[in-house]
Design a protein around this ligand. Structure first.
Ligand code: 5GP
Length: 194
C-alpha cells in the first residue's frame, strides 16, 4: 500500500528590497531539514555575482511571456521594469513529496499566493526603519540610483501592508532575526492539522 505522505507547506517570505530576506533565508534554510527554496524566473539582468539557474532562472522577455502563456506560473508580477514569477515546477512536486517550499517574493505575489493557497504561511521581513533600508540599498551597490528610488517607493507600500502577514520579523540584527524567523517557521509548521 502507498504510504500517505504529509503535504508540504508554502512558506512565503516577503518584505521590501533591502530588508534582508535573502540573507535571513540563507541562514535559516540549512536549519530546516524538510524545506527547499523555490527558484523564481525573472527578466532582470544578471548581476555580476549571479549565475544562470542559481539565484534565478534568467529569461528573456519573450521566454518569460511564453511561460506565462503556457500557464507555467503560480504567480507573476512586474516589479520595476522587470518581470518575476514563481514557477509551478519549483513548487508543486516538492509540496506533493511532503517538502516545505520557501518563496522569497514581493508583496503582490505574496497576496496572490495567499488567495490561491489558503494554507500558505506569510512572513514579513521588515527593516528597523526606512532610513536603514535606504542605506542598505545604496550600500550594496547592485542597483542604479533610479532603480533604488523606484524600490524605495515600492517599499513604502510594502511596509504599509505588514499587518496582512502572519508573522513580522524586524531585521535589526541578522543573528537575532534569523533565530526569530526559524522560530516563526517552526511554530507555523506545528500549528498544522494532522
Ligand atoms: P531582486 O531584483 O532584488 O532579486 O528582486 C526584486 C524583488 O522581486 C524582491 O522583493 C524579490 O523578493 C522579488 N521576487 C523575486 N522573485 C519573485 C517572484 O517569483 N515573484 C514575485 N512576486 N516577486 C519576486
Amino acid at each position: 500500500m502507498a504510504q500517505s505522505t504529509r503535504q508540504g507547506r508554502l512558506l512565503v517570505i516577503s518584505g521590501p528590497s533591502g530588508a534582508g530576506k535573502g540573507t535571513l533565508i540563507g541562514k535559516v534554510l540549512p536549519r530546516l531539514a524538510n524545506a527547499v527554496l523555490s527558484k523564481s524566473a525573472t527578466t532582470r539582468p544578471m548581476r555580476p555575482d549571479e549565475q544562470q539557474g542559481r539565484e534565478y532562472h534568467f529569461l528573456t522577455p519573450d521566454e518569460f511571456e511564453n511561460r506565462v502563456r503556457e500557464g507555467d506560473f503560480i504567480e507573476h508580477v512586474k516589479y520595476g521594469s522587470n518581470r518575476y514569477g514563481t514557477l509551478k515546477s519549483e513548487v508543486t512536486g516538492n509540496l506533493d513529496a511532503g517538502r516545505d517550499v520557501v518563496l522569497e517574493i514581493e508583496l503582490e505575489g505574496a497576496r496572490r499566493v495567499r488567495r490561491l493557497i489558503p494554507g500558505a504561511v506569510l512572513i514579513f521581513i521588515a527593516p528597523p526603519d526606512f532610513a536603514e533600508l535606504e542605506r542598505r540599498l545604496t550600500a550594496r551597490n547592485t542597483e542604479t540610483p533610479a532603480v533604488i528610488a523606484a524600490r524605495l517607493g515600492r517599499a513604502r507600500e510594502e511596509l504599509a501592508a505588514q499587518k496582512e502577514f502572519d508573522y513580522i520579523i524586524v531585521n535589526d540584527n541578522v543573528g537575532k532575526a534569523a533565530d526569530e524567523l526559524e522560530r516563526a517557521i517552526r511554530s507555523a509548521l506545528r500549528e498544522e492539522q494532522t
